[in-house]
Design a protein around this ligand. Sequence first.
Ligand SMILES: [Zn+2]
Length: 383
Amino acid sequence: MDFATWAYPWDVLDEGPERVEARLREIGIGELNLATNYHTVQAFAPHNPERRTLFARASSYFEPGPDYGRLEPVPYEGMDGDWVDEIGAELTDLALTSWTVGCHNSRLGMRHPEYTLETAHGDDLVFGLCPSQPAVQRYLTALVSDVASRPGIERVELETFDYFHGTGWGWHHQKIHARLGALGEFLLGVCFCDHCRSNAADAGVSVDGVREAVADTIDDIVAGAIAHDRSPEAWLREHDAVAAYVDVREATLEGVFADLRAAAGTTPLGYYVGAPEPGREWMVGADLDRLAEYVDYYCLPAYESTTEDVLAAYRAVDEVTADTPLHVGLLPGHPAIHDRSTLVDILTELQAAGVPRVSFYNYGLLPSRSLEWVGAAIDAVDG
Ligand SMILES: [Zn+2]
């Protein structure tokens, strides 16, 4: 079993790559999943020697290469030089992975609302770029090509390279005082931008009817005429045209992943699954069976509190895509895991289940005592 930890570049640089490397090696971790292109964040940094918190808008932590087209990552304003290259150059004993955020980017969404998801009611969702848009596709493939070609990057992991939607819409003060449920939330994220509509129309789907059904159902859920806990899968079975619309975007995303695969070259490619729920990745347009052809593995962040819940999440995804290696992410801190023995137990069970690699979330966000639990848990399964 291999062990990695996610990390922000400021936490690595404030402490010093050499010291971070030594500390991680000491607790048995051999790999850093470094945020290279990332969404807006306000991070609490409990053991950072320079600060306790940092706010950054959606940014890249490298200077982008030249071939992005209309959408280009915006380098972080507080960065001097190229942090990804700097960390890559200074690490000697840790493997480096690009932790890469794709469509979830409020800064680019606000600058370019024409490329964001558009709801059935006609609203732009600024937190999410739509992967049906050619400009977004070019941005995503350029991004993967850019990070994959950087010195020291040994693999690329993809976060929200899909029709990302759901609660947790970035740093906005989200206000929803209507009970949408899984179905309502899913429908609110179904995109009706020009390209989503034309792709579906080209496939013979009656787009206007789909849009009306989606908008009406959202309003009916809010009014209580449709139960908020109606199963999205059951609802889709009764709405063939919407199901066909959803199929078209899955096919579109498959095409995007084929391009991402080519852009990554020989660099291994992983995709973060489990959103909005483990086993329900179809809601963000991801058919894990079909995408498996283009990625080397999936990684499931299973930020649960008990062994039972972590394993249930793992099985829910593994059932969908049994032949693709499935890595797991754990959160050994608030609000998930609060003690050493629970972490030891979870890691022991994941090893027994044959999980090849576990990543811990995240070096700079975890209190030092959580890092000690990680060391104890790795000792327990490796010892
Ligand atoms: Zn769209």
